[in-house]
Design a protein around this ligand. Structure first.
Ligand SMILES: Cc1cc2nc3c(=O)[nH]c(=O)nc-3n(C[C@H](O)[C@H](O)[C@H](O)COP(=O)(O)OP(=O)(O)OC[C@H]3O[C@@H](n4cnc5c(N)ncnc54)[C@H](O)[C@@H]3O)c2cc1C
Length: 478
């Protein structure tokens, strides 16, 4: 009897991962070319980490410039209630999931040029394993293999905590809170948040919103972070003074600073960045974006333990890298320690016949992926493509912020020298900011004044960032 033949599939591009980066890349690829694509993803639905997100997650930046280029995510609304009130709407996790599902079902698959293999692990060398049947098949590309999994986004629901825990303590990811706490019998009178990032902030806000007394919350904060004021990320014209004004203020702050610490203090005075506690100087920057109303709320929590990273959650004692604490009786421990992005290394985006999707504009993963697809189609050689897609590293430390901002500004400068790219960006939904600047008219003197301030401060800011870069070690180089 002959052995069953391994199935083989071929397309111009094979993309590993079906998260936001993949979908933004493929959307641009199929809209700007006749390419065919195979997408392989180990989750059961498109959307990557959003598929397993906690139910109360939202985008932390406006929906306006998130998703894929050819389909709106935003409904063009300003929030009138809640802690984002007065600002452009933020899609909820459920909306983001539904959106990515629609992108697959209504745009990519109906194109007839995309094949999607969910529940399938790419194991390398063209081999793919179906996670339910265990059967293997092969995928081949005639042009490129695209790795959209490079950042290895981790979330509490799926990661393994990096500390030991006594089995007598109850620890859950934020996903479990609504189900556990809607039982009369849950028995928890205290809540302990583990982690200092955006997930911990969201969870804190959720507890406060659901009538938990702030005195019944303890927050284990390994490092304090600087936050971006969400008001400064609004891509609509009513917010020009906030958004583009913040860019001008940022450049002026950089130019006027005399050390990295001084720079961050100046960014705070210029209302570009926020922090939880005015008495504690943050040493971390992960790009978390919050509104001032959210900041006001989280400041109600006063039991903040700053003793470094957790080593062990013991039955009687919590051990940190810099001290210990007594375990809280009847506390529910909520694990918010997953680092959204676990791979901080950077590599060239275009490598022979492989594309490694990474960020080429700070905080904008979907714009970056769409931009990379456009470069792939419009330029012939990898050297030129890499010149135009210098990776903007993901920040962890304050020094990383310097590198990120420097590279971001340099990319913007090089793109502005390419007329084709400039024209392309102006038509992209995902690039709200170029349009905001381009729409300024000669009679809008206030706006022109802001643009002039920005232009004037750009060169001194770049010189200052260059000077800071010379003396620093970056997380991405470790
Ligand atoms: C809570 C939260 C809120 C956020 N809010 C915003 C925001 O407001 N704005 C913003 O711009 N960004 C935001 N981000 C950043 C966010 O990470 C990106 O927007 C984006 O969703 C990342 O998508 P990705 O495709 O790069 O990665 P992922 O979502 O991780 O997708 C990669 C996919 O590849 C799969 N995969 C990995 N290895 C393999 C393999 N070998 N075979 C098959 N499949 C594989 C993974 O399972 C996953 O499905 C947020 C992130 C988090 C965690």
């Amino acid at each position: 009897m002959s052995e069953a033949k391994t199935l083989e599939y071929t397309a111009d591009y094979v993309v590993v991962g079906a998260g936001a980066s993949c979908l933004a890349f493929v959307d641009t690829l199929i809209n700007e070319s006749a390419a065919t694509v195979i997408i392989v993803d180990n989750r059961h639905k498109p959307g990557g980490h959003w598929v397993d997100a906690y139910s109360f997650v939202t985008l932390h930046q406006p929906s306006f410039f998130y998703g894929v280029n050819s389909k709106e995510l935003s409904q063009g609304k300003i929030d009138h209630c809640g802690l984002n009130q007065g600002l452009n709407e933020l899609a909820t996790g459920a909306e983001v999931q539904a959106y990515f599902d629609n992108v697959m079902r209504e745009i990519l698959l109906p194109s007839g040029r995309v094949r999607y293999f969910p529940m399938c692990e790419y194991v390398g060398e063209g081999r793919v394993k179906h996670l339910i049947s265990g059967e293997e098949f092969r995928v081949h590309y005639t042009r490129k293999l695209v790795d959209s999994t490079y950042y290895k986004t981790a979330i509490p629901a799926t990661h393994t905590p990096q500390f030991a825990r006594d089995a007598s303590l109850t620890m859950v990811p934020p996903n479990a809170l609504p189900q556990i706490l809607n039982q009369h019998t849950h028995g928890f009178s205290h809540f302990t948040l583990l982690g200092g990032g955006k997930t911990a902030i969201d969870t804190c806000l959720w507890l406060l919103q659901h009538q938990v007394n702030p005195d019944n919350i303890t927050w284990y904060m390994p490092r304090d972070a600087w936050f971006i004021d969400r008001k400064n990320t609004q891509p609509t014209s009513a917010f020009f003074n906030d958004t583009i004004g913040a860019q001008a203020r940022q450049m002026e702050a950089i130019a006027a600073s005399d050390s990295i610490t001084d720079l961050f203090l100046k960014l705070e005075s210029a209302e570009v960045l926020l922090r939880l506690d005015p008495e504690v100087l943050p040493q971390m920057f992960h790009g978390a974006t919050i509104s001032r109303l959210e900041l006001e709320q989280i400041r109600r929590v006063k039991n903040i333990v700053r003793k470094g990273r957790i080593i062990k959650l013991g039955a009687d004692e919590i051990v940190f890298t810099q001290g210990t604490e007594t375990s809280a009786a009847n506390s529910l421990y909520i694990d918010c320690t997953a680092s959204a992005i676990t791979n901080l290394k950077i590599e060239p985006v275009f490598q022979d016949d492989i594309i490694k999707i990474q960020m080429v504009r700070a905080y904008q993963p979907t714009f970056s992926a769409s931009f990379i697809a456009h470069l792939e189609l419009c330029y012939d050689n990898n050297d030129k493509k890499n010149q135009l897609s210098k990776v903007v590293p993901l920040p962890n430390t304050l020094e990383d912020w310097v590198e990120m901002t420097y590279r971001n500004m340099m990319n913007q400068f090089f793109w502005s020298k390419e007329p084709g790219l400039k024209a392309w960006m102006l038509k992209q939904r995902l690039d709200g900011f170029s349009q905001l600047v381009n729409n300024v008219r000669f009679y809008q003197l206030d706006k022109l004044k802001i643009l002039n301030r920005m232009r004037k401060a750009a060169k001194p800011a770049i010189i200052k960032l260059k000077a800071y870069r010379e003396g620093i070690t970056l997380s991405s180089q470790q």
